[in-house]
Write a protein of this length. Structure first.
Length: 687
């Protein structure tokens, strides 16, 4: 028995490191295909998930050495996080290289919006209150959802924790403190109170403060290969002070439930700029105030008819300050303000969903959403007329789900009507679009351990307010950006009965995407004046794979998860019928190979976690795929150890994390260096 256990342990600990070692050494398909994903799990009912899905939840999120939602999403296959460096830097998500604007990010069921530039800064959202992160390519595998859920090429859902009371408790209180080796302090708390048999309350808050300074290496070569710059410096203007306050009210009713939420975020931070030609400091500052309140109601009125409603109001105040800075005798000197702009966004949203079961195997749904957006601005020191745009968006979706033996079919049609009002400009034309989607799943065996799937979806995105109306750049005649995507794949959960593995599952997908009327910035007769136009085309294809496996040796639980992504996204843009010099090149920041790996070991109250991220060679934002524009591959190793214990009936947990253990100097975005090795300590207490 002893030899059997020892053999299982040796096999598990030998095979996985060999895989990781091969992956880190080679920038090839075989190297990348060996990445591991601890946090991507396959849904427990694979046939229900006709659409490719990846999810992180519960203990998986707690075990990750991640600071925010953006850090956690790096472990999803096909996902690239654009991180502009430091704690104060912008963090956005891109799925299958379709562009940030084609990713819908939902917070407790309602999409986070930004009509100004269409970008959601994921660095604002903490993992402390997060119960699950889920990503779908296409849309959810269900039709009982709002029209907004149908309106993106891919979707990410952030689900926060709901109060759970054990052993007749009426109150839960969690206190947590985090600190890092970059002068980082992060106290937080979460309070849950039971108000009755069917009503509960949650209140949480978090405060982050750091100077954001870390050392980095800046090295650049000339085109002939000689060294142009090679120095070590300290990252400046990446400081942050941020406060998050969040409260939720949750209730249950007969055959239904409801909840209401209030969210507030306030930050003052440096917006670190690019490191260019030995300029290591800049004067960009950004202040954010974000507030939203939202509510949700769902009820089964009959066995056949279900209803849900959602509503939201959001207000965002963003102030962006740009100042000239110079370096005199090593000291950064601020010379004066170039611009000091404030933008105020208002959003109102309401949605109703009706679903009716015509037959036990046939459901239909009808959803109607309405959204209002308004953008105001104060632009100090610039004598221009701002457009003050307002947008009215109505969305209607008709969807159906049919189960025929081993087949499941989902189909939907989304109608979108957009009307805009603009000051100082001619009224923008109304826009009406209809976009369909079709999903098919097939389970050939009775065990439902294998599911084959395919889908086709057409979707579009509206130009943002900046695209349409930004001074001297925007164009009010822009058409929507269209996206066609096609996918074939499978899920397979290997039956395990008294074998070496407790679980083993694999999912893989091959996809093709085509973006038409891509919105790009094109030069006019003056190099200092550009305009937005519909001239771009991008065609992409790729393969994604996820493997999840686990075993146990007595009381020692071991788990390994691996992902690998191959992606090819090429630019086929033409201007006035002429091919650009970049015609057929890989688009900027799209790696051919990427992947991730996580190993987890749990024994009693101890938990050890190792995670690995790999991103292969890419090209920066310059036009052509030439040697001088290459961005080298990067990978990071993160380690964490957790210990839980009880003192006087209080549950405590201590965590030590080591991020970027090999102190690799790397850049996600060219000229925006990332932190090197950092230590993080977390202590939490449950009362």
């Amino acid at each position: 028995m002893y030899n059997k256990k020892r053999t299982r342990l040796i096999l598990f600990l030998t095979i996985v490191p060999l895989v990781l070692h091969a992956q880190a050494r080679r920038d090839t398909v075989s190297a990348d295909s060996i990445k591991t994903l601890k946090n991507v799990i396959i849904n427990a009912k694979p046939f229900q998930e006709v659409i490719p899905v990846q999810s992180l939840s519960g203990k998986q999120l707690e075990n990750l050495a991640s600071h925010n939602v953006a850090d956690a999403l790096r472990y999803f296959a096909g996902t690239q996080i654009k991180d502009y460096g430091g704690l104060g830097g912008l963090k956005t998500v891109d799925v299958r290289n379709m562009g940030t604007h084609h990713v819908g990010v939902f917070y407790d069921g309602i999409q986070l919006g930004n009509a100004q530039n269409g970008v959601t800064d994921l660095g604002k959202y903490s993992l402390d209150d997060m119960e699950a992160l889920t990503m779908y390519n296409g849309q959810k595998s269900e039709i009982f959802q709002s029209a907004k859920d149908f309106a993106s090429a891919s979707t990410i859902y952030m689900k926060t924790k709901r109060p759970v009371f054990e052993d007749h408790k009426q109150t839960n209180l969690l206190l947590r403190y985090k600190t890092m080796s970059v002068n980082y302090h992060d106290p937080s708390f979460r309070l849950e109170q039971k108000l009755g048999d069917k009503v509960s309350l949650s209140l949480s808050s978090e405060y982050i403060r750091s100077n954001g300074q870390y050392q980095f290496r800046y090295k650049r070569n000339n085109q002939d290969g000689t060294v142009a710059y090679d120095t070590t410096a300290t990252r400046q203007n990446s400081d942050i002070k941020a406060l998050r306050i969040e409260s939720g009210l949750y209730g249950k009713i007969d055959k239904g439930s409801w909840d209401a939420k209030v969210y507030y975020y306030d930050s003052k931070r440096g917006a670190p700029g690019a490191i260019v030609e030995n300029k290591f400091a800049d004067g960009y500052r950004q202040n954010d105030q974000s507030f939203f309140t939202q509510a949700f109601f769902v009820k089964d009125f009959t066995e056949k008819y279900k209803f849900q409603a959602r509503a939201k109001y959001a207000y965002d105040d963003t102030r962006y300050i740009a100042r000239d800075t110079t370096s005199i005798l090593g000291e950064t000197v601020t010379e004066g303000a170039q611009s000091d702009d404030s933008y105020y966004q208002h959003e109102m949203y309401v949605s109703v969903v009706n679903m009716y079961s015509i037959l036990p195997i046939w459901d239909v749904s009808l959803s109607a959403d309405f959204q209002y957006n308004r953008l105001d601005a104060t632009r100090r020191g610039i004598q221009t007329q701002f457009s003050f745009p307002q947008r009215y968006t109505a969305l209607f979706s008709l969807a159906s789900s049919l189960r025929l033996g081993k087949f499941k079919v989902l189909g939907s049609v989304l109608g979108t009507q957009v009307t805009e009002q603009v000051r100082y400009n001619a009224k923008a034309p109304d826009k009406t679009e209809f976009t369909p989607a079709l999903f098919i799943g097939y389970t050939p065996f009775k065990q439902n351990d294998l599911t084959l799937r395919a889908f086709a979806k057409r979707i579009f995105r509206m130009p943002t307010f900046n695209d349409l109306y930004y001074t001297m750049v925007g164009s009010s005649t822009l058409r929507p950006e269209y996206m066609n995507q096609y996918d074939v794949g499978f899920n397979y959960a290997v039956p395990v009965e008294n074998g070496f593995l407790d679980k083993f599952s694999i999912q893989a997908d091959a996809y093709y995407t085509h973006t038409k009327d891509k919105i790009v910035a094109a030069p006019t007769g003056n190099l200092f004046r550009w305009m937005m136009t519909n001239m771009g085309q991008v065609r992409g294809k790729g393969i994604e794979s996820v493997i999840n496996m686990g075993t146990h040796i007595s009381k020692l639980n071991l788990a390994a998860n691996l992902t690998y992504t191959y992606s090819e996204s090429r630019d086929y843009t033409k201007f006035v019928g002429l091919e650009m010099s970049s015609y057929g090149d890989q688009i900027p920041y799209a790696p051919w190979h990427s992947g991730s790996a996580i190993l987890n070991a749990g024994y009693g109250s101890w938990n050890l976690n190792y995670s690995f991220i790999y991103v292969g060679k890419r090209y920066n934002g310059n036009v052509n795929n030439i040697k001088v524009n290459e961005v080298q591959p990067w990978y990071t190793h993160d380690l964490s150890a957790q210990k839980s214990f009880t003192v006087n009936h209080y549950r405590l947990k201590g965590t030590i994390e080591l991020n970027n253990a090999l102190n690799q100097h790397y850049e996600v975005i060219y000229n925006y260096p990332m932190p090197g090795r950092t230590f993080k300590f977390i202590i939490s207490m449950e009362l």
